[in-house]
Ligand binder design. Structure first.
Ligand code: ATP
Ligand code: MG
Length: 483
């Protein structure tokens, strides 16, 4: 006998089930509505892209790309060729090192390795760990610079990162994000228009906050920072590195390593013992160039005009290479240490880095899983009524009437449960109760003969007789009241 095997969802992935999926739907519909009012259209990029796209955009030295990406070689023809090269490589490895042939074998091996890597470069694809890179790729591929600028796009969908799963952290998780892209006209100095950029930044932030407010998200905190640009950030990073080297011995191993790889990330450290040291480090606000400082000041003024409360956090840095100047993060209620529900910032230059024209960009990504968790913690999840009406019927004529009634009710938008076989009314009512139905419509010989339906309101157990028209009117009224 075949072994009975129980399959389970892969670690870090999960099934989203009803009724929770109704909340997911509500969140996504709200995003569509709110972002639509700001002029954003939806983009649905593919979930797989060339690995190289993410290496280029997000950065090879980031955790996302170096540790967390799901990627593989995907080309049936080339993967055959690659297997052949690999097999030959294996053979050379087991070749006895005869005098004089060793050097030759080594060269051959290197050539094969080179060919192998070349092929690998061309055929590696990845499950997207984020979508900004895809949106920029699409902007270039579809020549969106020729459309009226700026181009405003939003998206929702799964992202994939090989992380250690925990509350609010999954390997397949969902993001809702938006991007504003605007080609810089030729001959225009991209450092100009600081006021305009700041207004765009502020409006994007205002939009996320409006979305969260519409959902009733609680304890929403917006933190902002400026991380400078190509001009001033490198100088600040060097200064920071020099200061960190002075206190290297007092830092933990992660931060010690980051002094070399990415000193900005040290500011992100949650390690208790490092907090005192970090508090005394130089702050980027004091080292911004004139343009960055002016833009940062203007973003704050713009947020003020829009009535968006914020806190400045000089330690806010982001784990992706493409950000510059304005960066922000939003936290919400009840998420423990994974409390960031949204991260975003400006990324002028990313489109150009991916082979497009000089283009400005600003965007954000909301962690939808965490957003949902927070809404549930705040009691905003809601347990939706799973059925409006349960149609209990007995007898052949009653079934025909029940089918017609269900058709009418469903066409009017009610959620109707129609049992496939007749049930004793007692049992049917029990089931209606379990399903959380609001009304049970009872159709038996009596009701068919008189044309008077029996309607039971499950919440209080009250029962009444009425005509079909009266019933339709009653449920329609109760629906308007409840929604
Ligand atoms: P974190 O510091 O929490 O790892 P991040 O900086 O990696 O976040 P971003 O790449 O900026 O996150 O993604 C934006 C948002 O997506 C985050 O603020 C978070 O809400 C959500 N997010 C990121 N990674 C995950 C994950 N593995 N599971 C669930 N949500 C995630
Ligand atoms: Mg992360």
């Amino acid at each position: 006998m075949a072994e009975k095997k129980k399959f389970q969802a892969i670690k870090g992935t999960r099934d989203l089930l009803p009724p929770e999926t109704e909340l997911w739907d509500r969140v996504e519909q709200t995003a569509r509505k709110v972002f639509g009012t700001f002029g954003f259209g939806e983009i649905r990029p593919p979930m797989i892209e060339r690995t190289r796209l993410f290496e280029r955009a997000v950065g090879s030295d980031t955790d996302i790309v170096s540790k967390e990406m799901f990627n593989w070689v995907d080309d049936p023809d080339l993967s055959g060729a690659m297997t052949k090269i690999r097999d030959e490589m294996r053979k050379t490895e087991t070749l006895p090192a005869v005098d004089g042939t060793a050097a030759h074998a080594m060269l051959e091996k290197q050539a094969r390795l080179g060919a192998f890597n070349n092929l690998a470069e061309r055929v590696r694809v990845a499950l997207r760990p984020e979508a900004t890179a895809s949106v920029c790729r699409a902007y270039i591929e579809h020549e969106m610079h020729a459309l009226p600028q700026p181009v405003k796009l939003w998206y929702t969908g799964p992202m994939f990162r090989r992380e250690r799963p925990q509350k609010g952290r999954y390997r397949q998780f969902y993001q809702i994000g938006a991007e504003v892209l605007e080609m810089v006209p030729p001959n225009q100095d991209p450092t100009k228009n600081i006021g305009k950029d700041a207004a765009v930044d502020a409006e994007v932030i205002e939009m996320v906050m409006a979305f969260f407010a519409r959902l009733g998200l609680e304890s929403v905190k917006l933190e902002i920072n400026s991380i400078g640009d190509r001009d001033c950030r490198p100088k600040y990073v060097e200064l920071l590195r020099a200061e960190l080297l002075k206190v290297k011995e007092k830092l933990g191993p992660d931060s010690q390593r980051r002094i070399e790889t990415n000193p900005l990330r040290v500011l992100d450290s949650k390690l208790e013992s490092e907090q005192g040291i970090i508090a005394g480090l130089p702050r980027i606000v004091d080292h911004l160039c004139t343009n960055c400082a002016a833009q940062y000041a203007e973003v704050k003024r713009q947020l003020g005009m829009r009535g968006v409360p914020y806190a400045e956090n000089w330690r806010l840095v982001r784990g992706l290479d493409y950000y510059m100047r304005t960066t922000f993060e939003i936290t919400a209620l009840g998420l423990g240490s994974q409390n960031a529900v949204c991260g975003g910032g400006r990324y002028d230059g990313l489109v150009e880095l991916l082979g497009g024209q000089p283009t400005k960009g600003i965007g954000f990504a909301i962690g939808e899983d965490r957003l949902i968790l927070s809404l549930q913690e705040a009691g905003k999840g809601g347990t939706p009524q799973s059925r409006d009406i349960f149609v209990a019927w007995m007898g052949e004529r009653a079934q025909a009437a029940a089918i017609l009634a269900a058709q009418k009710l469903r066409a009017a938008g009610f959620r109707v449960e129609l049992p496939p076989v007749e049930q004793k009314f007692g049992r049917a009512l029990g089931q209606a109760d379990k399903l959380g139905a609001r009304y049970a419509l009872i159709l038996g010989d009596d009701e068919i003969a008189t044309g008077q339906w029996t309607v039971k309101t499950l919440a209080d157990g009250s029962q009444a007789k009425m005509s079909e028209a009266q019933f339709l009117e009653m449920v329609a009224r109760s629906k308007t009241l409840s929604s």
